[in-house]
Design a protein around this ligand. Structure first.
Ligand code: PEP
Length: 260
């Protein structure tokens, strides 16, 4: 399987932004254009807006995702949200191991791996975020960091025969919310390296796993990034809060789908 058989996926990560009013406004515009999009599109709102998003998106082809889940199935876990609760709201995707959660909630690779297994067991597709800090890039340890982050998750999923359910998001920490984007060549190098790591488990699964790029993706840089052979879509933060910018990125992905 080559890049042409991995359908482009554009995911909006709203982080901790929005209100009931802005959710309705944003999704009203995005939903109205959804039928014209030839790529797959998903939105990951804060938990509290999942129900509203589910209702507003039900007549569109846009999928729903969450920004995290508990590594536990249920029980005395105040404040946590389980994988089963997310499928109850028809979530298809869940972001896991975002660098903001790794940094401010102390999430380690092992916890991310346990969450990925919980997600898959409940029928969700985990989008596991990996990426190096600026200091790690400067000290030439980007590949070491990526291989460790991928290995811990892939070991657990491969042991359970679930590696094919994985989606990866390469998000260099220095590019997130900074306005600084990795060049297409820098991102392609990291994506190809991640695919080689996955090929150590299964060559055919490595070819089918989608690897998204995240980090200040905007309409202006989306075409160069999304045209790279190992970049299968985008995880969009800031630009996903602007309907026109988000749709412009989805249009770029749609155009690339048409030529592949
Ligand atoms: C993100 O946080 O997942 C992200 C990619 O953010 P931004 O696009 O704002 O850099």
């Amino acid at each position: 399987m080559g890049a042409g058989l991995r359908r482009k996926l554009i995911v909006g990560n709203w982080k901790m932004n929005g209100s009931r009013q802005t959710v309705r406004e944003l999704l009203g515009v995005i939903g109205a254009r959804s039928k014209a999009l030839g790529c797959e599109v998903a939105i990951c709102p804060p938990f509290v807006y999942l129900d509203l998003c589910d209702v507003v998106l039900s007549a569109t082809g846009i999928k729903l995702g969450a920004q995290d889940l508990s590594e536990h199935a249920n029980g005395a876990r105040t404040g946590d949200v389980s994988a089963a609760m997310l499928t109850d709201f028809r979530c298809r995707y869940v972001l896991l191991g975002h660098s903001e959660r790794r940094a401010s909630h102390g999430e380690c690779d092992e916890a991310v791996a346990r969450k990925a297994l919980q997600a898959i067991t409940a029928g969700l597709s985990p989008i596991v975020c990996v990426g190096e800090t600026w200091e790690e890039r400067q000290s030439d340890s980007t590949h070491d960091v990526l291989s460790r982050q991928i290995r811990v998750v892939a070991d657990v999923l491969a042991r359970s025969g679930q590696l094919m359910a994985l989606t990866v998001a390469y998000e260099p920490v220095w590019a997130i919310g900074s306005g600084v984007t990795a060049t297409a060549d820098v991102a392609q190098d990291a994506h190809a390296f991640i695919r080689r790591c996955l090929a150590g488990y299964s060559a055919s699964i490595a070819q089918s796993v989608r690897i998204l790029y995240g980090g200040s993706m905007k309409p202006e840089n989306a075409a160069a990034l999304l045209a790279m052979p190992d970049i299968d879509g985008g995880l969009i933060g800031g630009a996903s809060l602007n309907a026109q910018q988000f749709l412009s990125i989805a249009d770029v992905a749609t155009a690339l789908e048409a030529v592949q």
